[in-house]
Design a protein around this ligand. Sequence first.
Ligand code: AHR
Length: 330
Amino acid sequence: MKFRKSAALLAAAFTVAGLTACGSDSDAPSGDSASSSTGIKGAVIGFAQVGSESGWRSANTDSIKAAAAKYGVDLKFTSAEGDQTKQIASIKTFITQGVDVIAFSPVVETGYDAVLQEAKAAGIPVILTDRAVDADPSLYKTFIGSDFIKEGEKAATWAKTEFADDAAVNMVVLEGTTGSAPANDRKTGWDNVLGKETKFKTLASQTGEFTRDGGKKVMEGFLAKYPNINLVYAHNDDMGLGAIEAIEAAGKVPGKDIKIVTIDAVKAGMEALAAGKINYIVECSPLLGDQLFDAASSVLAGKDIPARIITEEGEFNQAQAKAALPDRKY
Ligand code: AHR
C-alpha cells in the first residue's frame, strides 16, 4: 500500500517536471521494459496462480517468477491447484495484507465478482493474466493474455483443410477445465469455423482437466466406445500427449490412424509434432511475466493502460515445429 502512495507521488512529480522542463524528460520513465522495471522496484504484488496442471502452466509460473526477480518486485505467489475457493481465499489474503497490486489467472470464468469488489473497496488494483472472468470490467485494470476464440478458429481452419477431401470426419474432443475461459472459448472458436459443417461429427466431448493423465483416461474411454475416430481436438498439448499414449496402447498410430490437433506449443507438444504424432499445434504463449509487470508498473504510476492486452502467437505444422524446436524456451 505504501508503494502505491509513493508511486502516485512520483507520477505527479514526473508530470510537474515534464511541464516545467518543456518536454525535456530524459530522466522520466519512457514506458519500455527497462524503465518500467525501475518504476516498479520494491512493489508488493500478489499473484494467485491456477495450479500446476500442465506444461503451459509451469512455463507461465516460471515466466512470472523470473520477471518478478528481474523487475525487483516482492512477489507473493500462491497456487490454487485448480480450486477456485482456494484461489479466492488467496486473493482475500492479499487484500488483508494490503499488497500494491493483485494479479491472478482465474480458474473458471464466473464467481469472482465479490472478491473483485473487495479489492476495489480496498483500493488495490487488479490485473487479470491468461484467463478472463465474466465480471464488470471496471473491477480490474486490464486482461493480459491470448485470444482463445481465435486459437479455436485456427485449429478448426487447419482441420477443414486437412480433411477437405474426406466425406465424413469422426471427431472426439478433449476439453479443458469445465467453465474455464480457454475451454469455453476454444469450443466457440472451433464452432465458429466448423459448427455448420455437418461432415464433422462430434462422437464425444469430455473434459480431461487440461492434464496429461486426464487426456489419457478420457481418450481410453473414447477408444473403447468408438472404433472409428479420425480426429482428436485437444484443448491443450498435455491432453493431446495423454491421448497419444492411449492411442498407442490401443494399437493405433497417432498422427496417422487418428489425427490430432492441439493448442499451446510447449516443448513436449512440439516434439510430438516433430515426430508426427501430433499433426498441428496452435500456439498459446505462457510468457506473460514481462507484460504483467510492465502493466502493473504503469498502473502504479497512475497511467492509463489498455483494457485488453492480447498476446501474439503463431501456429505450427511438422516442418515448422522441427525448425522452431532448437530455440524453444518452454
Ligand atoms: O489458460 C491457458 C491454458 O491453461 C493452457 O492452454 C493450458 O495448457 C493451461 O492449463
